[in-house]
Design a protein around this ligand. Structure first.
Ligand code: ADP
Ligand code: MG
Length: 248
């Protein structure tokens, strides 16, 4: 195996087998710094399982996942988060009764519990950071609003903000625009383009207009294996990809 010292994320020969069924089968995938990498593919291709493997929710059967040259396959989930990997799930996990500001504040890495961080003295530095992130996620005018009153799209943005405040070097998002309006999708594309400057972003998505707007690189998964990889144009014109995915 090569050293791959320059990649933020280097996945090599990664396999996970569930009772003999290989949901991810000998996968190699590399993500550079500042790269926005999108994984597409039919349902059941193994996309979500790849994110589960990276964040330590699922343990690999074999292979390697190196994040900034640290091996993740043997690391527990909470250490992977602390090492700088943030992951957003499909359903947002925000605190509906807390305000937007408070949701961002409890996610600031100085406190590990809701109570602990609410009791922590609010410093100017933290407050400035919260406001900056609220601007990035287009919620600067809703800081005092209970998060439960936000629209579906705004809740997704808030959760992205709750990850951003922890400054992850790798941010992973599973179908971030599902259920969003056309306008919200456009705004989310802008947001992701902005936040991929300075970190690596790995996104799973089906909406090809959206993928086209954001992707530096696309990997197509099929039955746990890579069907094609490259820039959007190359992948879109690949006859195998058209046959198993885009043609439907
Ligand atoms: P995708 O996100 O591409 O739609 P998934 O990664 O969710 O696909 O699933 C890939 C395959 O692995 C599916 O056949 C799914 O049923 C199976 N799978 C995923 N997680 C588990 C698990 N924990 N145990 C058993 N089978 C699983
Ligand atoms: Mg999935």
């Amino acid at each position: 195996m090569s050293a791959n010292t320059d990649f933020t994320l280097a996945i090599e020969e990664l396999t996970v087998s569930f009772d003999g069924f290989k949901a991810v089968n000998d996968l190699n995938l590399y993500v550079d710094k500042n790269e926005l990498h999108v994984v597409i593919g039919p349902n059941g291709a193994g996309k979500t399982t790849v994110l589960d493997l990276i964040c330590g929710k699922t343990k690999a059967t074999s292979g390697s996942i190196k994040f900034l040259n640290k091996e993740l396959t043997t690391m527990p989930e909470h250490k992977i988060v602390r090492a700088g990997v943030g992951r957003k799930f499909q359903t947002p996990s925000i605190y509906e009764n807390l305000s937007v500001f408070e949701n961002l504040e409890v996610s600031y890495p100085y406190g590990r519990s809701v109570l602990g961080s609410l009791l922590f003295k609010r410093t100017e530095k933290v407050e400035r950071k919260i406001i900056k992130i609220a601007q990035d996620i287009m919620l600067e005018d809703s800081l005092d609003m209970p998060a439960g009153l936000l629209s579906h799209g705004q809740k997704q943005w808030l959760e992205i903000g709750m990850l951003l405040i922890q400054d992850p070097q790798l941010l992973m998002l599973d179908e971030p625009v599902a259920g969003m309006s056309v306008k919200e999708r456009e705004q989310t594309a802008e947001l992701l383009n902005k936040i991929s400057k300075g970190r690596s972003v790995l996104v799973i998505e089906h909406d090809m207009d959206f993928v086209e707007r954001i992707a530096d690189k696309v990997t197509v998964l099929h039955q746990g294996k890579i069907l094609a990889a490259g820039d959007m144009k190359k992948v879109q014109n690949d006859p195998k990809v058209i046959e198993v995915y885009l043609g439907h």
